[in-house]
Design a protein around this ligand. Structure first.
Ligand code: MMA
Ligand code: CA
Length: 321
């Protein structure tokens, strides 16, 4: 190993591990004053001491350098390890930062999207609000129209009810007037008939163009018939319900000119005409020829119709001319 020592006093190159070479090196060097009396030996001693000292110094330096080297190597290792940790932490933090950056970017995008959606929704809401207002107004107008129409309908219903009541009243009055008119017409017809035809005999009553004799006593059917013939007339022949109403005004039970004396069940009028089967104004269940002995016909007020009875019964009678 060779050491280069630079000093302001001069330059000295010594190989301490090779003392021979060093000696040679020293031999080559020129010297000024040398201590007298020591000769060659005396001249070489201080150099040796210096060399030893230098060597020791060099060893010390070397040891210092080595210990420093070891120290710094250790420090460097710790430093490297710390650096690696820091680097790892830095990398982790960088990763985290990147992730956060990504998250931030994503969130920013999301926020922009949400903002766009919010704007669109706000616009839509505005449109819907306009539609809602329009519809509300329309509904209110419709409601008003509906209320008005309902009122009109109710008024019309009431009017209809009133008109129906008025119609019924008018109908009733019309029927009364019609009935009264028919009655007047009939009376008029009867009066005009009575005026145009010849008057009835004394004690006879005119009704509907005919003259009637109303008996004041009671007789059998045969005697009643004879009485009428004696008066130039016949026992009454009934043509309609009005004639019944007229006759029953006077007595409860009255002989009429109908019998089946000639042939049982064949009802014949005193003028010889036959009563049609199923015709007439019989009471319910009549004629029944009770006890096989009822061949003459009475008109009963209480029975409101005809009944066959025994001819021997005595009733009032009515003649018709
Ligand atoms: C009943 C009934 C008549 C009948 C009479 C006779 C009261 O009525 O049978 O058909 O002519 O009796 O009196
Ligand atoms: Ca009878």
């Amino acid at each position: 190993m060779s050491v280069e020592f630079n000093s302001s006093l001069g330059q000295l190159d010594v190989d301490y591990l090779n003392p021979k070479a060093a000696d040679e090196n020293l031999k080559m060097r020129p010297y000024g004053d040398e201590p007298s009396g020591c000769g060659r030996m005396c001249r070489r001693r201080p150099f040796k001491t210096a060399a030893v000292f230098l060597g020791l110094l060099c060893l010390l330096l070397l040891a210092g350098i080595i210990s420093l080297q070891v120290h710094y190597t250790k420090v460097g290792d710790v430093h490297d390890s710390e650096m690696r940790d820091i680097q790892t932490k830095y990398n982790n933090l960088t990763d985290k930062q990147n992730k956060l950056q990504n998250n931030y970017s994503n969130l920013k995008q999301d926020r922009n999207l949400l903002e766009t959606k919010y704007i669109n929704l706000t616009r839509e809401r505005h449109q819907l609000q306009i539609s809602y207002d329009t519809l509300t107004k329309l509904r209110d107008d419709s409601q008003t129209s509906l209320t008005s129409l309902r009122k009109q309908r109710d008024d019309l219903r009431n009017e209809k009810i009133q008109l129906a009541a008025e119609k019924e009243e008018l109908q009733r009055r019309f029927e009364l007037v019609t009935s009264s008119r028919d009655g007047i017409q009939e009376e008029l017809n009867s009066l005009s008939l009575n005026m145009t035809e010849k008057p009835c005999q004394q004690g006879w009553t005119k009704f509907n163009g005919s003259c009637y004799y109303i008996s004041t006593s009671s007789k059998t059917w045969i005697k009643s018939k004879k009485d009428c013939e004696d008066r130039g007339a016949n026992l009454v022949i009934i043509d309609n319900r009005k004639e019944i109403d007229f006759i029953t005004r006077f007595n409860d039970r009255t002989w009429i000119g109908l019998s089946d004396t000639v042939r049982e069940g064949k009802w014949t009028w005193v003028d010889g005409t036959d009563l049609q089967v199923g015709a007439g104004f019989w009471q319910r269940g009549e004629p029944n020829d009770a006890d096989d002995g009822e061949d003459c016909v009475e008109l009963s007020r209480s029975g409101k119709g005809w009944n066959d009875v025994p001819c021997s019964n005595k009733f009032s009678w009515v003649c018709e001319e």
